[in-house]
Design a protein around this ligand. Structure first.
Ligand code: AP5
Length: 193
């Protein structure tokens, strides 16, 4: 099984590139942001609680997202590999993911981070907010809060995978096809190793 984490700050292109990567490599896409937005759309109690934090640009509690990922892994026993997008976002989530995958006899193969400047992130997300209807994209204050949350709590997750030699970075600015090609090069190298 090849299990990939696509990593990077809000607006770095994780969702955009995930759509192409799952086709290329036949992976199952697991995005905790998408799973949370489905809960919000269905107006579940979990979704309503999560929305309050998401609208402020804050992370939802670890146990909530770990529970969602655990269920998603159980629901996809035939997957030939997973692409995690927006998860793990804390070291506690990374440790929990390792345990969940170990129970299934597998592990993370690689984490690849998309590098994008803060000004480009803000520009992209404000632009997307015009049409996406995502309530966390509509004002710059919330977008910057998401970036601060990434810096304070999430960026350290890279160190967790560095210690196992499973971390790489790719330039996340340029055309979508250029970035996709760079990601493919990294992934193919991990697959051949
Ligand atoms: P989540 O849904 O994961 O959002 P995010 O990390 O903020 O990332 P985005 O979806 O905004 O960006 P992206 O990197 O996918 O970029 P995209 O491809 O869309 O999380 C939302 C919230 O849920 C969090 O704030 C948190 O509250 C909660 N949450 C989720 N997971 C959690 C977890 N594990 N733990 C705790 N809380 C969690 O691209 C962005 C825009 O740029 C698009 O408009 C796109 O068209 C454009 N674009 C993409 N590539 C390019 C390019 N190369 N050039 C120009 N524009 C581009």
């Amino acid at each position: 099984m090849f299990n990939l984490i696509l990593f990077g700050p809000p607006g770095s292109g994780k969702g955009t590139q995930s759509e192409k990567l799952i086709v290329q490599y036949g992976l199952k896409h697991l995005s905790t942001g998408d799973l949370l937005r489905s809960e919000i759309a269905a107006q579940t109690p979990l979704g309503m609680e999560a929305k309050k934090l998401m609208d402020k640009g804050q992370l939802v509690p670890d146990e909530v997202v770990i529970g969602m990922i655990s269920s998603a892994l159980d629901a996809n026993p035939q997957a030939k590999g997973f692409l995690f997008d927006g998860f793990p976002r804390t070291v506690a989530q990374a440790e929990a993911l390792d345990k969940l995958l170990k129970l299934k006899g597998t592990q993370i193969s690689a984490m690849i981070a998309l590098l994008v400047s803060e000004e480009e992130l803000v520009k992209r997300l404000l632009n997307r907010g015009l049409t996406s209807g995502r309530s966390d994209d509509t004002n710059e204050e919330v977008i910057r809060a998401r970036i601060v949350e990434y810096r304070n709590k999430t960026s350290v997750v890279a160190d967790y995978y560095k210690q196992f030699d499973k971390f790489s970075e790719v330039k996340g600015e340029g055309t979508i096809d250029e970035i996709f090609a760079a990601l493919q090069q990294e992934i193919d190298a991990y697959m051949e190793a």
